[in-house]
Structures are given as C-alpha cells and as structure tokens.
Design a protein around this ligand. Structure first.
Ligand SMILES: Cc1ncc(COP(=O)(O)O)c(C=O)c1O
Length: 372
C-alpha cells in the first residue's frame, strides 16, 4: 500500500456515526438546502473566526466572487492579487467584470506587499491576499495602508482554515474572508462548500441576499442576485469536524516539523519554513527541488508508492485562460522560478512519523543517487 497525498476519508471515519445520524434527521426534516443546520454552522464558524457573522455559499470560488460583488466591484475596477495562486482567485475577479492585476510572490510564496503598493491605480478597489499553503500573509502592515488608500482587503482563506496571525484568525483581518470547504481542505466537507466571514453587518446582509436570488425572504428580490448556497448535509459534516480543526492543524504542524528535521540538510532541497508570529496550518507542505530535479524526484517517489503534487505548475499569468492580461514570461521571476521547482509532499492527519521518515529517506536516497 502506498502513501496517499491527502486522505479526507480518514477524517470522515472520525465523524461517521454522528454524521450518518444527522443525514437521517435531515432526510426526515426535508430541509436540504440552507435552513437551521446551515445557520448553526455559520454561527459556529463565525465564533471560531472571531467575527460577527458568516454566510455559507456553494464553494470557495463563489465566496470570493460574491465578496467582490458585495463591495460593488465590477467593470472598470481593478483588483490586485498574486500570480501563484489557484486559478479560482483570479477567475472570481474576472467574473465580476473587473480587471485582475497580478503581482509576484516573495520567497515565502506569499504575495509581495511592495509590489501590491506599486500596482495601485485610481481604479484599484480591492486586494486579495492569498494565504497560500496554509500560511497567513503578514497583514499587520496592510491594514493601515488599506485604510489610508481606501482599498478593501478580501482574504482568500481557502487553504487557511485554522490559521492565525498574532492570535487573530484568518478571515478576520480584511473586510471579508473567503473559505473553501472542498473535501481535501483543512476543514473539508463531503462535497463542495464555501463561506464568507465578516464583521460588517451591511455586507453580511448583502451577502445573504446575493447568494439567494437577491433576497432573504422567499420571492422578495431586493437586488439582482445569484444562486450559491451551502446545503444541510455539508453543514452538518462541517459542524461535526470544526471541534477537531485545531487538533488536526497541530498534527499537520508536527508533520511539517518531522519533514524539516529530515530534509533541512539536503543540499538540493529547499524546505518551507513557517514565518513570524503566524500559526501556519500546512494545508500543503511544499519543498523545492533545485537544479531541474523536480520531475525526476516526483517520478522516483511515485515509483515508491508515494503520491505528491505540484501546486501550481503554471503561474496564472502564463495560463492560456489569462493570456489576455498580456503579462510576458519573465514578468514575475519568483513565481515563475518556483513553479518548476515546487513539490507538495503528503500532509494529512493519518500520516505517521514512520511514514514521514520513510518519505524523507526516499528523498535522501534520490539526491544521493543524483548528486550534482
Ligand atoms: C487559494 C484558493 N482559492 C480559491 C479556491 C476555490 O475554492 P473552491 O474549489 O471551493 O471553489 C481554492 C480551492 O482549491 C484555493 O486553493
């Protein structure tokens, strides 16, 4: 048996009995979409995040899109984000009609704040910092800057449920925080799901309308809206998983420590380090294989039954989908260089120290054989 890259099925086994009971209850109640179970999870997640409220939606992409719509962002506006993100961040901006303005990351893989500042124009309405791999962007300097410049910060927390900075949760720093509950996320549903958290009562009300055809009351449509709702079966699974989130994040951090201990002395490997006062939740544990050895290392591990991934092989500005933004190759040297070096190793709650040691030993063996 090989080593899986992620393993949401192990998490499911922990909540299995209670979740199956709740499925029966939901089936009897007949309330499958929205309703009291969704509202309960929204309150729990808002409390966990230290914000006033939370609005459940269909997925993380919709969470970002609806957050931007709630700010009135559309054609003629610009929204800045980072090029090394999952394509959904940029897709959500594009879907509003606004122009995505991309910047590079720094050596922490996170959005480079200096470049954000340099990219502001009179059309800039918002910035989306992406808490990539589970580590928060250092937003401490951002908030006073954003306020001074009238720019809204919408956090992409898809990979950062459970993360915090100075003890303040991801999603509670910007005007809104957007989460994905895709099954392999740190807090994952058994299907698609998403959430927007905020402490602005006006925005929360607007989001509740936008997600449900423009009104909170059935057949009363106050504004043009969309259909993007969280369903009860997902909300009940998420409610059951939320109490485990901190423990599971601790396990992910322990795995990262084990990897670091084993890998830090390998010359051709760059290990990711948690930075400053943040609680990194290692949605992904990403190393860099230098000197063009990534693909060969990936194949070597696969042969040994160890599954890895690359998040992400192409920075958004070099994808066909966003070639119309007209950024040339070479525009963002950090993101472009890292894309050919990064490799995500398995991180999930069922992984043992023995397995991590085994993976690390295979990586060591590869570099011993291929000494440059
Ligand atoms: C950084 C980032 N943003 C947004 C999303 C979109 O979330 P979803 O897949 O739930 O639409 C993801 C999901 O993979 C993500 O990793």
């Amino acid at each position: 048996m090989g080593i899986l890259f992620s393993a949401p099925q192990y998490e499911f086994n922990i909540i299995r009995e209670e979740w199956l009971q709740s499925v029966t209850q939901i089936a009897h109640s007949g309330i499958f979409v929205s309703g009291p179970i969704v509202s309960k999870f929204e309150s729990s997640f808002a409390a966990y995040s230290g914000v006033e409220g939370a609005v459940g939606v269909g997925n993380g992409t919709d969470a970002l899109f609806l957050a931007l719509k709630a700010l009135g962002i559309g054609p003629g506006d610009e929204v800045i984000t980072v090029t090394n993100t999952f394509i959904a961040t940029v897709g959500a901006i594009h879907q509003t009609g606004a122009r995505p303005v991309l910047v590079d990351c720094d050596d922490s893989y996170l959005i480079d704040f200096e470049q954000v500042k340099a990219s502001v124009t009179p059309r800039t309405k918002a910035v989306i910092p992406v808490h990539l791999y589970g580590q928060m962007v250092d937003l401490r300097e951002w908030l006073p800057w954003a306020e001074e410049n009238g720019i809204q910060i919408v956090e992409d927390c898809a990979q950062a449920a459970g993360a915090s900075l100075d003890g303040k949760a991801a999603g509670s720093w910007g005007i809104m925080g957007c989460f994905s509950f895709y099954p392999d996320k740190n807090l994952g549903a058994l299907g698609d799901g998403g959430m927007i958290v905020s402490s602005s009562p006006e925005l929360l009300t607007k989001l509740r309308k936008l997600r449900s055809h423009g009104g909170e009351v059935r057949y009363q449509h106050d504004i043009p809206g969309f259909n993007s709702r969280l369903d009860s079966l997902q909300a009940s699974a998420l409610q059951l998983k939320l109490p485990y989130l901190d423990e599971w994040s601790d396990k992910r951090r322990a795995i990262a420590d084990w990897y670091e201990t084993h890998l830090q002395d390998i010359h051709d490997v760059f290990v990711q380090k948690g930075l400053y006062d943040s609680r990194h939740v290692y949605h992904l544990y990403v190393i860099r294989a230098k000197n063009g050895q990534r693909e060969a290392l990936k194949k070597h591990l696969q042969k040994k039954g160890i599954l890895t991934a690359v998040q992400y092989p192409t920075p958004v500005h070099l994808t066909s989908a966003y070639s119309f933004l007209a950024y040339a190759a070479g525009s963002f040297p950090h993101a472009e260089a890292y894309a050919s070096e990064i490799l995500s190793l398995p991180v999930h709650i069922a992984l043992t120290e023995e397995e991590v040691t085994m993976i690390a030993n295979e990586i060591k063996a590869f570099f011993t054989l291929n000494k440059q």
